[in-house]
Write a protein that binds this ligand. Structure first.
Ligand code: ADE
Length: 243
């Protein structure tokens, strides 16, 4: 059965959203992956269907209730094949930063259950009791986990067999090597008086490869020295990118 992302959210109407178009959307429509958005509120039990409450100890905002979220997780996992353990993720700015390496793992594992946080947070007991892995998509705060979940799903889906054609399949290769992509150009040959770098139109494939490698290394050193430490052959410039 195809890779499936199950999303637990208070706003299921936000899905598929951007995952319904372009590369991910075509893969979804053709059954290469599946998306299940489930409403956390469907697991509320009281008369007012409440999902949140005031924080213990005081303070601003509201906290997602442990009992409601645990029930939503358990309901989502009913009838699930016990032999395949799906990763249980919680999108949160407190989480471990998402990396391409983790994306590759998630794309190869059984599709994840993804909880989208809201309000000032989620009761810690459900995080602990259900073993939720907190994942951040960056050091900034979104108003909820939904957009973060979409980013994570998109990054996984493009790696699934058949979703991406040959196009751009090299981009994460260099990225997971710890290098940023080199600059790209296409026609017209002259744009506002600025030509395409001559080496790219020279037809000398070895020179093109060396130029691109050097550009990647310079860009990485300038913008992301933290990534650069991971790159093999940092100084040799010998490595030819795989087509
Ligand atoms: N929810 C709110 N902000 C987030 C972030 N940066 N990453 C993941 N989930 C979030």
């Amino acid at each position: 059965s195809p890779w499936r992302a199950t999303v637990l959210t208070l706003f299921p109407e936000m899905f598929p959203g951007p995952l319904g178009v372009s590369l991910a959307g075509r893969g979804l429509a053709s059954g290469l992956w599946e998306l299940e958005a489930r409403d956390i509120r469907a697991s509320a039990t009281d008369r007012h269907r409440s999902v949140d409450d005031t924080p213990a100890g005081g303070g601003p905002g509201m906290v997602l209730r442990a009992d409601v979220l645990a029930a939503a997780i358990d309901a989502a996992e009913i009838g699930q094949d016990l032999s395949k353990r799906r990763p249980r993720l919680l999108m949160s700015p407190r989480g471990r930063p998402l990396t391409q390496a983790r994306v590759v793992e998630l794309a190869q594992a059984p599709g994840p259950l993804i909880v989208c946080g809201r309000f000032e947070g989620v009761d810690q007991r459900v995080i602990d009791q259900r073993g939720l892995e907190e994942v951040s998509i960056g050091d900034y705060v979104l108003s909820g986990g939904e957009i973060a979940a979409m980013a994570l799903i998109d990054a996984c889906v493009r790696l699934l067999p058949g979703v991406m054609g040959k196009e751009a399949s090299g981009t994460e290769e260099s990225f997971s090597e710890g290098l940023l992509e080199y600059p790209q150009y296409t026609r017209p040959q002259l744009f506002e008086g600025v030509p395409i770098p001559q080496i790219l139109t020279s037809g000398d494939h070895a020179k093109v490869a060396a130029w691109r490698r050097a550009e990647s290394e310079a860009l990485t050193a300038a913008r992301r020295p933290d990534l650069r430490t991971k790159a093999p052959n940092q100084t040799s410039g010998q490595k030819t990118p795989k087509s």
